[in-house]
Design a protein around this ligand. Structure first.
Ligand code: ATP
Ligand code: MG
Length: 333
């Protein structure tokens, strides 16, 4: 079976973007692939964070993933810092990746913002750690949102350079991104040119998976749009980023296409359309929220599942990373 790896940062509450662009696509892969999913806390500390809430957020992220349909019996689900192979391989990759490669990464530019000198060095080498996450398992398929495409190309460059420089042709495999669905890049509700992010300072910019019906209705009602009614066909969405985003969200959660949504709602004004969208979102998210609350009633059970996942993950990654260390030439332990 092909091995799949993906991860999510416990840097906030998962958003609708995370759900539609990533998590939802992870669920069916549990039955067709050897699937490994990770709450990437090492990545979460590359940006300002609160050490008092990190552990709780990590557990809540795991509970959200399980509530969305990940089953620790059908996939390996664990916390990144619990498996040391990630950090060991990331260090080697820090010494393989070139500064010129990292300088091209748009996520670093977006996240560092104007004051680049003040960004952590961890944020800069984030893509090297991400390459290590995947390659420590020799995973070949990575289901992610569209924003991670550039990092996966870099991971392939790192794997290729490692294999070549150390005379280990074929040791690390080529990685394929799996970017799926009509909502592979969900945009901010406040700005149609920015992606929705759980770490965006504005809570109004996103739908959190834990938002209640009132919060969802309010955020959708306030979502930025243009004054025109919805077009009759998807071609009419081209220069209308905000409209395209809302239509894409409804298409994704109702299992149709933007064309399908516009066949039903084309010509409507945003007032009426937003009501339909908010209702559909509430109906879709409320069972997930109920399951998440149920899981968090027993935090020890979530932690136990994660401990078991970490043991399974380490059993795969440790021998691969130990072999990578041997290839680099370290004195064996
Ligand atoms: P942060 O702002 O802390 O980076 P994030 O919302 O970008 O948080 P990540 O943990 O970085 O979330 O990414 C988890 C997964 O969600 C990745 O596969 C990423 O591609 C996907 N993803 C993130 N944002 C979106 C989005 N707006 N639309 C679709 N997929 C997304
Ligand atoms: Mg992100």
């Amino acid at each position: 079976m092909q091995r799949v790896f993906s991860g999510i940062q416990p840097s906030g509450i998962p958003t609708l973007g995370n759900y539609l662009g990533a998590i939802r696509n992870w669920v069916p892969l549990q039955d067709t692939h050897d699937a490994i999913y990770c709450v990437v806390d090492l990545h979460a500390i590359t940006q300002p964070f609160d050490p008092k809430t990190l552990a709780t957020q990590t557990r809540e992220m795991a509970a959200a993933l399980i509530a969305c349909g990940l089953d620790p019996k059908r996939c390996i689900l664990f916390v990144q810092s619990h498996v040391h192979a990630h950090a060991r391989l990331a260090w080697i990759f820090n010494c393989v990746a070139r500064l010129g490669w990292l300088n091209r990464m748009t996520q670093f530019k977006d996240k560092a913002g104007k004051d680049r000198e003040a960004a952590s060095s961890g944020l800069y080498v984030y893509p090297n750690l991400m390459a290590a996450d995947i390659l420590a398992y020799k995973a070949v398929l990575v289901p992610v949102g569209d924003d991670q495409k550039q990092h996966l190309e870099l991971a392939n460059d790192i794997a290729e350079k490692f294999n070549h420089d150390f005379g280990a042709e074929g040791f690390f495999p080529r990685i394929e991104p799996l970017i799926q669905g009509v909502a592979a890049r969900v945009m901010s509700l406040r700005d149609g040119t920015k992606k929705m992010s759980k770490s965006d300072p504005s809570d109004q910019s996103r739908i959190n998976l834990t938002d209640d019906a009132d919060a969802i209705a309010l955020k959708i009602r306030r979502a930025r749009t243009d004054p025109e009614p919805l077009p009759e066909a998807a071609a009419g969405l081209e220069a209308r980023a905000e409209a395209r985003n809302l239509v894409g969200i409804l298409a994704a959660i109702s299992g149709t296409t933007p064309e399908g949504v516009l066949r039903e709602h084309g010509g409507k004004g945003f007032g009426a359309f937003k009501e339909v969208l908010a209702e559909a979102l509430v109906a879709h998210l409320s069972p997930i929220q109920a399951e998440m609350r149920r899981l968090l009633d027993d935090p020890a059970a979530v932690d136990a599942a994660l401990r078991h996942g970490a043991e399974q993950a380490a059993a795969i990654a440790d021998p691969i990373v130990t072999e990578a260390e041997r290839i680099v030439g370290f004195l064996p332990r």
